[in-house]
Design a protein around this ligand. Sequence first.
Ligand code: ADP
Ligand code: SF4
Length: 692
Amino acid sequence: MGGRRHCCKNCIVSESPYDILFEPVKIGPVTAPNRFYAVPHATGHGWHQPNGAIALRAMKAEGGWGTVAVQITEISADTDMANHPMERIWDDSDIPRHVAQVEAIKRHGSLAAIELGHGGMRARNITSGLPVIGPSSFPVLRPEVPVQAMAMNHNDISAFRKAHKAAALRAVKAGYDILYVYAAHDISILSHFLSLNTNKRTDDYGGSFANRIRLLMEVIEDTLEVANGRCAVALRFSVAEPGKTNGLTSDGEGRDVVEALAELPDLWDVNISGWAKDSATARFTEEGFQLGYTDFVKSVTTKPVVGVGRFTSPDTMVSLIKQGRLDLIGAARPSIADPFLPNKIKSGELDSIRECIGCNICVSMDSYGLPVRCTQNPTISEEWRRDWHPEAPAIISSARQSTRHHLIVGAGPAGLECALTLLKAGQQVTIAEADPLAGGRVTKESALPGLSSWARVRDYRLHQINQHANASLYLNSEMNADDIAAFECDAVVLATGATWRADGVGSSQFEPLTFGSTKVYSVDDILNGAIPASGSTIVVYDDDHFYMASAIAERLAKHGCSVSYVTPLPSIATWTDNTLEQNAIQERLHGLGVALIPNTRLHDMVKFTNVLTGADVALAIDELVFVGARTPNDKLEAKVLSINAKLPLHKAGDCHVPGIIQAAVLSGHSVARSLLAGENVLGSQRREQISF
Ligand code: ADP
Ligand code: SF4
């Protein structure tokens, strides 16, 4: 697929419905080789871990993304965003790192783009010690930082424009094909000048729309001047800010900006703001969810337009191009989950696409300031550190070249990933699964409201495993210790998962509780289909703090139960702040009539107290759903070893260490690589060297 055939001398007949995605697109003075555009996104590596960042982006170029963009790159020391690991191009000493990055991307025939940025009132400047700057003197747009921005005078504005031009020139010298002007996500000084909320100036940069847009227009013109036909200039702009007071809208000032600047940049890269709206999870948004805001842009400009929306379906991509809604298919998360998505479409291997599940574990790493991780792609961020490739077979040590037979017990995310990694390396694998369906927790959790895409973790792996003649998968096949010890194989991997506790033990309570006669459901009970009677009064107690309790509360409320969500922590579904879902979860539960009760601890006999005051909290309750810790299903290990102490036996995923799905996939992958390499692969890694 992807090729062309001639029906006569003058006419070419497309062989593939996806050929349109592989057409070149002219962007100002440069030409993208196809319509696949890896938009800027945080990698967590940043300027201080350049090898990892470069290898991650080069992998996308290798996988067929025609344009690969570098994340926000601080133009100067007064936009110091540390401890968020951004890229930097503060002065000429940064250029060699960017030269290496550009070369690595271009080596595969892709265009290299750089998102030059100044965070304005979202910078912190804690390490640079410089004043945070903005249009007006207000507290910075980060409540966690007790800092106020300095209102810029005309000299400051000139200095900023000069700094942006100097950074643009350095980017040209480094060889970038596309220079970005960044005015998106409310993480840009240009957005802050544009916004009625942050710009209270009374001079020629404040007040009227013409004044508030002035700096943005000047900076685009400055950048075009520096580019001088050598490279293209893109504008990244959030056309709408849903839910924000005085926010931009697609039929208000968001549209006015596009109309005012329509033909100025060479490329429009459009999205919505803030980041939680732009990178919304699959629980709350469908593929293409941004189009309703962004697709007017094509009707306003003749310049090419790139947009995002967690696109993973090739058919959707084709129809967007054909309908004239976008020119380039933008992707951050889909390019993390599958850096080879374009090449797989080109070669017709659509079933091999590892579709993003929209879980935002990648996003959560930005909160930690750490290299990105992905539920679907365990090799992300390991391209340089451990030489991992998302498609190529794992390295087999010379001592292990012969085909070995592995037994994997459990076909959840860990077992399936372990099996697939071994099969790709030519090994023989038998998988035994107790349930009638493969997939373990993702099969069950995908039935919870909004989580259907979780099943992609299973479907991608199962499909791949089924392509291998060396694979045998047995469902309805629970193995006991005798079965395992008697099985003829070279190694056994236990991937038997974990069991949710229902005894009160969770992240804030390590001693079991007694609940008297109150009916208590575990998470497994609910996932296995138990459901309280409609109309009953249920407390869902969350001492886990990720998505599970809120998803169960949602399901029970929709079933007709009267639900209270109770947690000992001060906030709801606390960890989902890292996946940008916390507000959306609260809104949804609130909309369903779920009572949200933080700071409230569960005790023996289903009593509750306020964490802050110690006072009793009276809650109506018929039945309790307890969401807390999990117990690893690892008892088979000791039993098997008591029968055959020499059997090479390993544990992967939740049965080793209960954790999130991403951790189970990474664990399964790592165990497989360790088996192939004959050593613990997570024990060795390259480390970035900072030279003095
Ligand atoms: P992980 O996230 O670590 O992959 P899961 O709980 O999703 O863990 O999957 C574990 C799988 O192992 C489940 O599908 C479960 O049915 C299966 N399993 C557990 N014990 C056995 C066993 N003794 N024999 C076969 N399969 C088992
Ligand atoms: Fe998609 Fe989840 Fe991977 Fe992020 S972590 S790219 S949302 S699958």
